[in-house]
Design a protein around this ligand. Structure first.
Ligand SMILES: *Cc1c(COP(=O)(O)O)cnc(C)c1O
Length: 425
C-alpha cells in the first residue's frame, strides 16, 4: 500500500512507514494512493466478521503484510461482536462498544497495536497520544505489556469522566498517563509539537496512536460492512449512516467503506456544540471556536484533525461536499433524545443519542438509518444515571479498574515540560 502526504503529495511512504510515523511532513496526513473498489461486496457481506475483515484489509493493504500475518492480527484484534439493534422500523443502532474498553476505539487500537508489533523493526517506540476520553483507554489496553513500546497518554485534566480516567490511568507498567491543565485541543497541539521536533522524534522513536494513524481508520472500515451485513436485504438500499463525530476518523472510515463499494447512500456527521464542521458546511467558512465541554465529551473537538482526509475523499471521488449532511445538538437536546430513546426501549449514552437525534430528524421516506453507538452507556454512568433516573450496574471491565488508584502525573500546558518528561525514560 502506498500513501502520500495530503499537504505535500511528493512525500510518499509505504504502509509500514505510515503506521510507524503516524504524521507526515508539516503535520500532513497520509492517505492511500489507491482505494481499490471491491467487485465482490455481496459475497463479502455473507462472510462472518473476521473472515470478511481479513479480505477487506488485505485488499486495502496489499502484499506488504503477508496474509498469514494480517489474518492473525485481525483474528486477535476483532474478538468481540458489533451487533446491529433495531430501535425503530427503519432505524438501527450499530453497537461498537462490546470490546475490552467499551468503546469503538477498541477496533482501531487493537488492530494498530498488533500491526505495529508485527512491522516494528529495531529500536524503541514511544506512543504519544492525546485523548478526549476513549482513545486513551483503547490505546493503553491495546499496548499494555508489549515489549519495548512505551506509551504516554495526554488528557485534559478534569474534562473526562472519572470512570473513563480510571479505565486507563490505573494500569502502570509501560503506560504513563498525564493530566494536562488545558482542554483536548491543547493536548492535541502538544502531540503535534512533539512530532515537529525531529531530535525528540528520533531519540524516543515517536509514534502516535491517534486517529491520525491510518491503521486505525482501516480497521474501522470493517464494521461498516458488518452493519450492512446484519441489515435485512430489503433495507440495504437508500441507507443513511449517522456518525457521532469528534476528530472525524470514524466518518473517514465510513467514507472509505463507501468508496470500496459498500452501499451507503449518504452520511450524517453529528456533533455536539463543538460544531466547526456543520457551520463550515453551511457557510463555507472554517472558523473553529474555543472548545466547550459537553455531555458527549469524546466529541469535544473544535479542530477535527481528520477533516483534510474527508475533503480528500470527496475531491478524489468527485463527490460534492453538499451531499454530506451535518448537524449539531446541544446538551439539552442530547438529554431529551436520551429520554426519548429510553421511552422507545433503547438505552443509550450521549454520543449515540446525538447521532440518533440528527438521523431521525433528517431521514427521508424510503430511507433506512443506522446510527453508530460509540460507547457503552455505563461509561458515561454519571450523566446517564442522572438523565434517565437509573443506577446502571458497572460492567466488569469498568468495575475492576474503578477500584484501583489513579497513577497519572500532572503537567502544565507547556511543551518544554513535556519534552523533558518524554526524554526521562
Ligand atoms: C472518539 C469518540 C468519538 C469521536 O470519534 P472520531 O473518530 O474522533 O470522530 C465519538 N464517540 C465516542 C464515544 C468516542 O470515544
Amino acid at each position: 500500500m502506498n500513501l502520500y502526504n495530503i499537504k505535500h503529495p511528493e512525500q510518499q511512504v509505504n504502509f509500514a512507514q505510515a503506521v510507524r510515523q503516524g504524521l507526515g511532513k508539516n503535520q500532513g496526513l497520509f492517505f492511500p494512493e489507491v482505494i481499490p473498489p471491491l467487485d465482490n461486496v455481496d459475497a463479502l457481506l455473507e462472510l462472518p466478521l473476521v473472515e470478511r475483515s481479513q479480505a477487506i484489509l488485505s485488499a486495502l493493504i496489499g502484499e506488504e503484510l503477508p496474509s498469514a500475518v494480517l489474518n492473525q492480527i485481525v483474528s486477535d484484534a476483532f474478538t468481540f461482536p458489533a451487533p446491529l439493534v433495531k430501535v425503530e422500523d427503519n432505524i438501527y443502532a450499530l453497537e461498537l462498544f462490546h470490546g475490552p474498553t467499551l468503546a469503538f476505539k477498541d477496533f482501531g487500537g487493537r488492530f494498530m497495536a498488533r500491526t505495529l508489533a508485527a512491522i516494528r523493526g529495531e529500536g524503541k517506540i514511544t506512543i504519544l497520544t492525546a485523548t478526549s476520553g476513549d482513545t486513551g483507554a483503547a490505546v493503553a489496553h491495546a499496548f499494555y505489556g508489549l515489549d519495548n513500546i512505551e506509551v504516554v497518554i495526554l488528557y485534559p485534566k478534569g474534562k473526562i469522566s472519572p470512570l473513563q480516567e480510571k479505565l486507563f490511568c490505573t494500569l502502570g507498567g509501560n503506560i504513563r498517563t498525564v493530566a494536562i491543565n488545558g482542554d483536548f485541543d491543547d493536548c492535541q497541539a502538544l502531540v503535534k509539537q512533539a512530532f515537529d521536533d525531529q531530535d525528540l522524534r528520533k531519540a524516543i522513536g515517536l509514534n502516535s496512536a491517534n486517529s491520525i494513524n491510518i491503521s486505525r481508520l482501516l480497521a474501522q472500515v470493517c464494521y461498516y460492512f458488518e452493519a450492512v451485513a446484519q441489515l435485512p436485504k430489503a433495507q440495504r438500499n437508500n441507507l443513511v449512516v449517522s456518525v457521532p463525530s469528534g476528530n472525524f476518523g470514524n466518518l473517514t472510515a465510513g467514507l472509505i467503506a463507501k468508496w470500496l463499494g459498500l452501499p451507503i447512500k449518504r452520511f450524517i456527521a453529528s456533533t455536539n456544540a463543538n460544531d466547526t464542521v456543520p457551520r463550515y458546511l453551511k457557510s463555507g467558512q472554517w472558523q473553529p471556536n474555543a472548545t466547550v465541554a459537553t455531555l458527549s465529551n469524546a466529541m469535544d473537538v473544535s479542530r477535527p484533525n481528520n477533516w483534510p482526509r474527508v475533503e480528500e475523499i470527496f475531491k478524489r471521488n468527485g463527490w460534492n461536499l453538499s451531499e454530506l449532511h451535518s448537524d449539531s445538538r446541544s446538551d439539552a437536546a442530547t438529554e431529551t433524545a436520551l429520554q426519548a430513546m429510553q421511552a422507545k426501549g433503547y438505552l443509550c449514552e450521549p454520543h449515540g443519542a446525538i447521532a440518533y437525534d440528527t438521523l431521525s430528524a433528517d431521514l427521508q421516506a424510503g430511507e433506512t438509518g443506522i446510527f453508530l453507538c460509540t460507547a457503552h452507556p455505563a461509561k458515561f454512568k454519571e450523566s446517564v444515571d442522572r438523565i434517565l433516573g437509573l443506577d446502571l450496574p458497572l460492567p466488569q471491565a469498568l468495575d475492576k479498574h474503578n477500584k484501583l488508584p489513579l497513577l497519572s502525573d500532572e503537567m502544565a500546558n507547556d511543551f518544554s515540560l513535556l519534552r523533558t518528561y518524554l526524554l526521562q525514560r
